[in-house]
Design a binder for this molecule. Structure first.
Ligand code: SF4
Ligand code: SF4
Length: 213
């Protein structure tokens, strides 16, 4: 693309196609080749490519949106060292601003992928790679705002969810009898404040519904 005009088309009517990655995910490559071949056979439309020539259906989302650690990010829970299970942004992950599908698709045969195997994203699908993302494994400056905000609201959200989860791990009979009447003997009873919050929660949940349970 550095040497061809921006409106370049091959004799078969194709633009420059970029399938980025270091190395590219094999399934992304075969997926794109298949789509192009269908077009050349007159069976399918010209596949959609983004402004950088990347297959749009493969590279239009950030890696962060498909990351199995995104729940930790949302709750403000971050890894401090390699091997931790939480979000890797504070040890150098650029996933929130990098377009890549490896976490959803997997590296090979739907298995693996950077964060799935514990590695922060270093932006290898982006034109700015590697310079824009170096030094690798250092916390991106943007996280000073985003992950700090996430820690504040995440702490509140986590506490609320733990509360809801606590009650959803109980059966209705336990609450009606006021104790756990069977072999689940080690389950603690909610205190008065927890019961009051849960009472309001259930009222709001059932609002507008004929269900009483
Ligand atoms: S590990 Fe990276 S991509 Fe995954 S949730 Fe954290 S910041 Fe996002
Ligand atoms: S380093 Fe980032 S952009 Fe490169 S394959 Fe891994 S997740 Fe995708």
């Amino acid at each position: 693309m550095d040497f061809l005009p921006s409106d370049y088309r091959s004799t078969l009517g194709l633009p420059v196609v970029n399938i980025p990655g270091c190395s590219p995910v094999g399934d992304n490559f075969t997926d794109t080749v298949a789509a192009v071949l269908l077009f050349l056979q007159g069976i399918g439309p010209l596949p959609e490519f983004d402004e950088l020539g990347r297959p749009a259906w493969l590279f239009n989302e950030t890696v962060h949106r498909g990351c199995n650690r995104a729940g930790f990010y949302e709750e403000g829970d971050f890894a401090e060292e390699y091997g931790d299970k939480e979000c890797l942004v504070e040890i150098g992950c650029w996933g929130p601003v990098v377009q890549c599908n490896i976490n959803k698709r997997g590296a090979i045969n739907n298995m693996g992928g950077c964060m799935n195997t514990g590695s922060p994203c270093i932006g290898c699908t982006m034109p700015g790679f590697p310079d824009a993302f170096s030094p690798f494994y250092k916390r991106p400056p943007g996280t000073l705002v985003s992950s700090s905000a996430s820690k504040v609201h995440g702490a509140i959200i986590r506490a609320l969810r733990n509360h809801t989860r606590f009650f959803n791990n109980r059966t209705r009979r336990w609450d009606e009898q006021g104790h756990v009447p069977n072999g689940w003997g080690n389950v603690r009873e909610p205190n008065l404040i927890e019961k009051a919050v849960h009472f309001i929660y259930k009222k709001v949940q059932k609002m507008g519904s004929s269900s009483k349970i």
